[in-house]
Ligand binder design. Structure first.
Ligand code: ACM
Ligand code: ZN
Length: 753
């Protein structure tokens, strides 16, 4: 192959390798320390490209580099695109690339893999002062998982066809290949169904929308008609559009729960036939489809039209969060239970889903549903999408069912990504990019021979608090880059390396695409560690080169300011008995812009030895044991970074070496937010001992009147203290989340002497 010298220039001829700018990181790569310089054109032989790939690359190249992609005959082409021998590679989506002084070759196995190679190629360009440079490299790459998904809820807030296409465009840049389109929910039905026109005439619109947070009291509403839907032609357009970027659209038609919009349109499909409006409030509603045959027929009719629009192998039928109260009180539902020898309403849900499973199977498709479809027995061919942790996914894989992992702990991009007080309102929960990066779709403890049942993973974008495209991009990016590493990369580097590559290349790449991405990786965080006499704190962002100015006040008095890098540690000492110190830090950028502040209440137990059993849930466990003795009082509205969260019935906190001559009382901070299923415990017991033989503790104190700022009188000396917190096993009827396990949230434990 002939290379035109005119088009390349060695910028660095040094040996040595640099970091990899491609995200997700390729399976193997060598990035050389020299670049090839381009003028204004990039020449390639268009006949070796898939036509759509050519169009895609032409548009993208212009956007990223301003270069014009020009057709050239083979011997004048700058890049040769070759098909790869089938036997050379184990994945049809794998590709290889060699860019050097002598050759520029892309090898691919399929149109999709050619596309992935071109996406990688785009990320190898840099533009400096108008000069376009391409990195010299050797790359071989294959995807780790077949299901690399992003979900979008268009019910809570509606997104136009143009916006959905934009969402798909951005997905493609990070090698996502499944768009899970959540088309129906309580607050709006969004897909035209010709047989049931009222679904969109009535079900696609609501009269009001709650403003503020669901948990606010009192709640406020914006009284204005809100809604929209996609015509079948528009759906086809989106499906076709996505396919050109090698993205499969998996539709979700929710059943039997999250169906208020459908029931507003056809109340006869509910258990009570009562007319209720499309709700403008978020949450889980008791009214769900009745399990009678008319509802099943309705679902099949709807699905028949859905199947004609979506060629995807998998069809998502929801199945989550379906309260059983209406079914318990419904003659029709009870008759179905009796006629089919079902044990209870859980088996009835399973029976409901089984009928849909048989229908989809008969049409050559596969049913996928949220992990609740395991309850009452998984139907034969169903695949499971595991959201309530990884347990459901693991269980399904053990039963040899296919699984997509999407646990809230790592994959719910509607959670906060930063603890900064200026963060826009989100549903709750704390999911910084670093946590997303820790995600591994293979559940812990799954026998290796069953790994093949894990198809992959996806992030979910529920849109209660995502009203528009700007906010959608903000919540999705850059966390979607971190997730792409877990889904595609066989060779995931350390988080710090990934962040460096993000900051050095992808902030710019995303800017070129006008993405409203979050800058949370640059936000300062307080990292805490225990010391002999209290705690050490460091102030750093995920980007290790970032520096901050920290000002300090003690009991209101100014103590000056200091420039801090990631390596600096600040010491905070616990206070002697009866003393108390409030230390307040304000963190500013080096340009003196105020970024955040944090108060530390330096009480007697700060940095104390504490054991917690069981350990907090991975979702709400930012500072481990230290979180209850770190001097930080949890904020409201809560974000999740300052609270430890538990789902167990009993939680024990043991404080060692308290060594107090007189503990007047013990103060414990709990959180109550019933709307988020966070409840106060039923009972708190305190054991006091001067040894650690808890069977023979000297004294026990207990209380059943628990408040958020809970205090219990002790009135004696104490060496060691054990606090036993008893939570409710299930949320009682009539309360938010009834029948589910409540959360217990705790922020701090203090003694008053
Ligand atoms: C879900 O988040 N309810 C699947
Ligand atoms: Zn019923």
């Amino acid at each position: 192959m002939k290379i035109f010298c005119l088009f390349f220039l060695i910028i660095f001829s040094l040996n040595g390798f640099t970091q990899c700018p491609i995200i997700p990181t390729p399976e193997s790569y060598i990035i050389r320390n020299f670049h090839i310089e381009f003028d204004s054109e990039f020449r390639a032989d268009s006949t070796t490209f898939n036509a759509e790939n050519w169009n895609f690359f032409k548009k993208e190249l212009k956007k990223v580099t301003s270069l014009e992609l020009i057709h050239a005959e083979d011997d004048e082409a700058l890049v040769s695109v070759l098909s790869l021998d089938d036997s050379m590679d184990d994945s049809p989506n794998g590709y290889a690339m060699s860019i050097s002084k002598r050759e520029r070759v892309i090898m691919h196995r399929s149109d999709a893999s050619q596309f992935y190679a071109l996406v990688s190629l785009l990320q190898l360009f840099e533009v400096h002062d108008g000069i376009v440079l391409l990195k010299s490299c050797e790359i071989e790459d294959n995807p780790r998982f077949d299901w690399r998904g992003l979900h979008l809820d268009v019910s809570r807030h509606f997104f136009t066809v143009q916006e959905v296409k934009r969402y798909i465009d951005l997905m493609a840049l990070y090698k996502y290949n499944v768009f899970h389109w959540h088309l129906t929910d309580d607050q709006g039905w969004r897909i035209e169904i010709k047989k049931y026109p009222k679904l969109t005439e009535i079900g696609a619109f609501r009269d009001s929308t709650v403003i503020g947070h669901y948990s606010d009291t009192p709640r406020a509403y914006e009284v204005e008609k809100y809604g929209g839907f996609y015509t079948q032609d528009q759906i086809k357009e989106v499906v076709e559009y996505a396919s050109l970027k090698y993205i499969t659209v998996v539709p979700e038609i929710e059943m039997p729960g999250h169906s208020r919009a459908a029931l507003a349109s056809y109340p006869e499909l509910s258990c009570t036939s009562t007319i209720k409006p499309v709700p403008g409030l978020w949450g889980v509603f008791d009214d769900i489809y009745c399990s009678k045959s008319e509802s099943i027929q309705f679902m099949k009719d709807v699905l028949e039209e859905v199947l004609a629009l979506f060629p995807s192998e998998y069809i998502h039928v929801g199945g989550d969060e379906a309260p059983k109260v209406r079914w318990r009180d419904c003659n029709d539902c009870q008759r179905v239970i009796k006629d089919n020898d079902l044990k209870d309403e859980h088996e009835l849900q399973s029976y409901f889903i089984q009928q849909i499973d048989s229908y989809l199977t008969s049409k050559g498709r596969k049913l996928i549903g949220w992990d609740e479809i395991l309850e009452g027995g998984l139907s034969d061919n169903a695949a499971v999408m595991s959201w309530r942790g990884t347990k459901g996914g693991k269980e399904a894989a053990l039963q040899k069912h296919e699984v997509v992992m999407s646990p809230t702990t790592y994959c719910y991009f509607d959670y906060y990504q930063s603890a900064s007080p200026s963060e826009p309102r989100a549903i709750g929960g704390y999911l910084p990019m670093k946590k997303v990066y820790e995600f591994d779709p293979i559940p812990e403890g799954l026998p290796q021979n069953l790994n093949k049942f894990i198809l992959g993973g996806q992030a979910n974008l529920w849109t209660e608090y995502i009203p528009d495209m700007q906010q959608l991009e903000y919540m999705t990016y850059p966390r979607a880059l971190a997730l792409s590493q877990s889904l595609w990369s066989m060779n995931k580097p350390l988080y710090e390396e990934f962040v460096a590559s993000f900051v050095d290349y992808h902030e710019h790449f995303l800017q070129r695409h006008d993405v409203n991405f979050a800058t949370a990786v640059h936000h300062p965080k307080f990292e805490l560690s225990k010391s002999e006499s209290g705690i050490h704190i460091s102030v750093k962002s995920d980007v290790l080169t970032d520096e901050f100015i920290v000002t300090r006040k003690e009991n209101g008095l100014n103590k000056g300011e200091k420039r801090i890098s990631a390596l600096d540690a600040i010491k905070l000492e616990r206070t002697p008995p009866k003393e108390f110190k409030l230390v307040q830090f304000e963190v500013k950028s080096t340009a003196n812009e105020s970024l955040m502040s944090q108060d530390f209440y330096l009480h007697r137990l700060v940095g104390a030895d504490v054991a917690i059993h069981p350990l907090p849930h991975a979702k709400f466990n930012t500072n481990g044991q230290l979180a209850v003795v770190d001097g930080i009082v949890g904020r409201r509205p809560w974000i999740g970074s300052e609270w430890l969260g538990f789902t167990e019935k009993q939680i024990e906190f043991t404080l060692y070496n308290v060594n107090s001559n007189f503990v007047d009382s013990l103060k414990i901070g709990f959180l109550k937010d019933n709307g988020s299923w966070i409840y106060l415990p039923k009972k708190v017991r305190v054991l006091v001992a001067d040894h650690s033989d808890w069977e023979n503790a000297q004294e026990e104190f207990s209380s059943t009147s628990i408040e958020e700022k809970f205090s219990i009188h002790i009135g004696r000396e104490a060496m060691n203290i054990r606090i036993i917190v008893d939570a409710m096993e299930f949320i009682p009827q009539g309360l938010d989340g009834e029948g589910h396990t409540p959360w217990t949230f705790i922020d701090e434990i203090r003694i008053i002497e």
